[in-house]
Design a binder for this molecule. Structure first.
Ligand code: KG4
Ligand code: ZN
Length: 347
């Protein structure tokens, strides 16, 4: 028996993506980003996202099939998987309807995947040796534009949210700080780059919710306000060095909180394996600090390769493949939802 071969589609936000996976091995992963379209508006415009998914989805699927060398879906693929939520419903629906169409015409099973379950699977992708059983248990820090949460992955489909953000997500904080500093959208990558040239101790930005040791929740809106106040008092940074210093200080404030909570959650759960996932897991500061924490506390860690940090379909296919391998394909194929926790309903 070969590992389950899955054709997966992801369209929950501003990336139209399709992948072909064989178990957790990625045979093809194609991502068409709309980031340039939304950049001019300073954030994702849902209606525009849906329209662009509509035009991109068929070429993206064709490209993934071509890259994977798949000619006959029905014979070479075991199941179709698609992100069913959470996300922008109009955007999710585009991928879901294409996936339904493919399932209907081929007779292949259709598997709906929770977007965040996909992210949680992403650090395990691309390794042919790895058996699905090694996926759990572990502790995941999931940080993206829409989510910041600590997930205790007890088993496949058994996820406990140990803490989430009370307000802004970590990626949202990067995007908002970048906007305040006139750096455009999305803010994460540009702050990350500038931070590399700056002094993280230049500005004493707040580290929210670190004093209550047992609290695993995050809050980033105060940090955003602190950046606004800084700009108000000092004006926009006038030199590249000053800008780099502000970015480095801001990034250090976010990373310090994320790592402190992650270490605490790790001690609490006793997890021996820790991962970071989602768009913000691409952050160099966060990746470095995770490695340092792992060495200091004696735990193993995995991070997705950069190409699987942001939204992609390989992670959706990987999650579906784990389910198929475990004989856990839900009877009701796909639901569509705008918001639902990884720990709510079926997962
Ligand atoms: O997972 P993702 O691609 O989409 C969502 O599901 O939200 O995450 C996008 C977020 C954006 O807020 C972006 O600014 C942030 O991830 N991001 C980063 C970096 N690359 C992307 N944040 C910090 N450092 C980065 N290198
Ligand atoms: Zn995402």
């Amino acid at each position: 028996m070969h590992p389950p071969r899955i054709l997966a589609i992801e369209s929950s936000c501003d990336e139209t993506a399709c992948a072909v996976v064989e178990g957790l091995f990625v045979r093809a992963s194609v991502v068409a980003s709309q980031v340039e379209i939304h950049a001019q508006f300073g954030g994702v415009v849902p209606e525009l996202a849906s329209r662009h998914h509509l035009t991109a989805v068929v070429p993206v699927v064709r490209e993934a099939l071509a890259q994977a060398g798949v000619n006959f879906l029905k014979d070479e693929i075991d199941a179709i998987a698609v992100t069913e939520g959470p996300g922008l419903v109009g955007a999710v629906l585009v991928g879901v309807q294409v996936a339904r169409g493919l399932a209907l015409t081929t007779g292949l099973p259709l598997i709906g995947v929770h977007h965040m379950e996909g992210h949680v699977v992403s650090p395990f992708l691309g390794d042919t040796e790895r058996e699905p059983g090694e996926f759990a248990p572990h502790l995941a820090l999931s940080v993206s534009g829409g989510h910041s949460e600590l997930v205790h992955v007890r088993a496949l489909g058994d996820y406990a949210i140990l803490g989430r953000t009370r307000d802004d997500a970590a990626g949202e904080a990067f995007d908002k700080a970048a906007k305040l500093l006139g750096l455009g959208y999305p803010g994460g990558p540009v702050i990350d780059t500038l931070a590399g040239e700056g002094d993280p101790t230049a500005v004493a930005f707040p580290r929210a919710m670190l004093t209550e040791r047992d609290n695993l929740e995050f809050s980033f809106s105060g940090l955003k306000t602190a950046v606004a106040v800084y700009v108000d008092q000092h004006g926009q940074p006038s030199s590249r060095q000053q800008l780099a210093d502000v970015c480095a200080s801001f990034q250090a404030a976010v990373v310090d909180v994320l790592i402190a909570k992650l270490r605490h959650a790790r001690r609490k759960t006793g997890a021996s394996l820790v991962t970071i996932v989602g768009g913000v897991s691409a952050n160099r500061g966060l990746r470095t600090k995770l490695a340092e924490a792992a060495a200091a506390d004696g735990f193993s860690f995995r991070m997705p390769p950069l190409r699987y940090c942001g939204d992609n379909a390989a992670m959706i296919g990987g999650a579906a493949a784990l389910r198929v391998a475990a004989g856990r394909v839900p009877a009701q194929a796909v639901e569509v939802y705008a918001s639902r926790g990884l720990d709510e309903g079926r997962a």
